[in-house]
Design a protein around this ligand. Structure first.
Ligand code: NAG
Ligand code: NAG
Ligand code: NAG
Ligand code: NAG
Ligand code: NAG
Ligand code: NAG
Ligand code: NAG
Length: 338
């Protein structure tokens, strides 16, 4: 099955591969091939076990002891181009075999799911001040589910392509297809999760990634025999980008009605930006006002989480003061040490 890595509609490719085999071999060879197919299946099970074992993370540096398993590694999404997506998988802390499987995507586009989602949001650990060791995240996603963080598309985080042009010619459609190949092939490496209630989740630009991947899973499921479908139950997105027009207005009105920006700036933005549904590209003067002027006015707060306390004692963070104050002031996961 690994040879079908790159195909989003692998039953179709399987038919093509089967056809080409029949054309080029004699009946006697066909029998031997059938045998080798059987043998390959056996070998495959050895392969997935070995691959799973190779992906196992013994422990992260400075990690507190835990009794759940973690895996990380690459899954090829396009063999020809040499594209692979990197994942970090955290099994549920209790009874993982009874918990659903949830894939998590950060947005951007260009944001690492390992650095952000895993490292600062719903991963099992947070980084302690000083950056030398980790502490447990009391609200980790793996308290309720088996959670997998995936970096997409290729070029983001640890995900890569051996075809340089892939980093330039990228778009939502290819990302959705690559992510579908990732899901299918990940299940080949972790077949014990086949049939498990499966959810997609993510934030921000994943408001595009998640529903688009969900649609592909849904559509491809309809073409597969029931026992080979992905048990796709649903998806959830937080702070998602869905429609820029409403996002622009939503953000501007939110700033204004929380007294984060002045009457003057609010009025000026409405005039200069002239948001329309027809043309959602912002002019440069509008971008300056909407992003730069607003942030100058509301100051050093987390505009995604305006009630998060700011850090009052930056001397506590040693040599990492500058970076840490940045993170500390903008990410709510650090509020407990403010
Ligand atoms: C990318 O190229 C390297 C070096 O040839 C190879 O080891 C690796 O398997 C390739 N990646 C993929 C996804 O094919
Ligand atoms: C989306 O990507 C798939 C896989 O690369 C390709 O087959 C399909 O033609 C693309 N669709 C569009 C609308 O570009
Ligand atoms: C699904 O069912 C078909 C028909 O019974 C069988 O040939 C196939 O091997 C099954 N697939 C899996 C993955 O069990
Ligand atoms: C936007 O910021 C610039 C530079 O700080 C300033 O000169 C300008 O007056 C601001 N515009 C508004 C409408 O506040
Ligand atoms: C705002 O945009 C609409 C649609 O593009 C256009 O008809 C209108 O003239 C614009 N208004 C201003 C003040 O630029
Ligand atoms: C959309 O608006 C941007 C910024 O004002 C402008 O540069 C661009 O030409 C507009 N596009 C269309 C199709 O009107
Ligand atoms: C700030 O942190 C430093 C280092 O941990 C500590 O010595 C100092 O007492 C703290 N100051 C305040 C005002 O909490």
């Amino acid at each position: 099955m690994r040879s079908l890595d790159s195909s989003p509609v692998w039953p179709l490719l399987m038919a093509v591969v089967a056809a080409s085999i029949v054309i080029t071999i004699s009946p006697a060879q066909a029998v031997r091939n059938a045998e080798s197919v059987l043998r390959r299946e056996t070998l495959d099970s050895t392969t997935w076990k070995a691959e799973q074992e190779a992906d196992k993370v013994v422990a992260l540096p400075g990690q507190p002891p835990v009794d759940f398993d973690m895996y990380a590694g690459y899954v090829t999404v396009d063999k020809e181009a040499g594209r692979a997506h990197y994942y970090y998988f955290v099994e549920a802390a209790e009874e993982p075999e009874k918990k659903p499987l949830v894939f998590w995507f950060n947005g951007g586009p260009g944001c690492s799911s390992i650095a952000w989602g895993f490292g600062e949001e719903l991963g099992p650990f947070f980084i302690n001040p000083g950056g030398k060791d980790l502490r447990l995240n009391p609200n980790a996603g793996n308290r309720v589910a088996n959670v997998l963080f995936v970096e997409s598309p290729a070029g983001v985080g640890f995900s890569y392509s051996n075809t340089s042009n892939d980093l330039v010619e990228v778009g939502d459609n290819r990302t959705a297809h690559d992510n579908y190949a990732f899901v299918v092939n990940w299940f080949e490496r972790f077949p014990q999760y086949k049939g498990r209630p499966f959810y997609l989740s993510g934030e921000s630009y994943a408001g595009f990634y998640v529903p688009q991947l969900g649609k592909l899973i849904y559509e491809n499921n309809k073409k597969l025999p029931v026992n080979e479908t992905i048990n796709f139950k649903g998806f959830m997105v937080g702070n998602p980008i869905i429609e820029r027009y409403f996002e622009y207005w939503g953000q501007l009105d939110y700033f204004y009605h929380h007294a984060m920006i002045s009457d003057e700036l609010y009025k000026q933005i409405k005039i200069v930006c002239n948001f329309t549904r027809e043309n959602q590209t912002l002019s440069i003067p509008c971008q300056y006002l909407l992003y730069l002027n607003t942030s100058q006015e509301y100051g050093i707060i987390d505009h995604y989480s305006i009630f998060t306390p700011t850090c009052s004692n930056l001397t506590a963070y040693g040599g990492h003061q500058k970076q840490f104050s940045q993170v500390c002031l903008t990410r709510s996961s650090y509020s407990s040490i403010s």
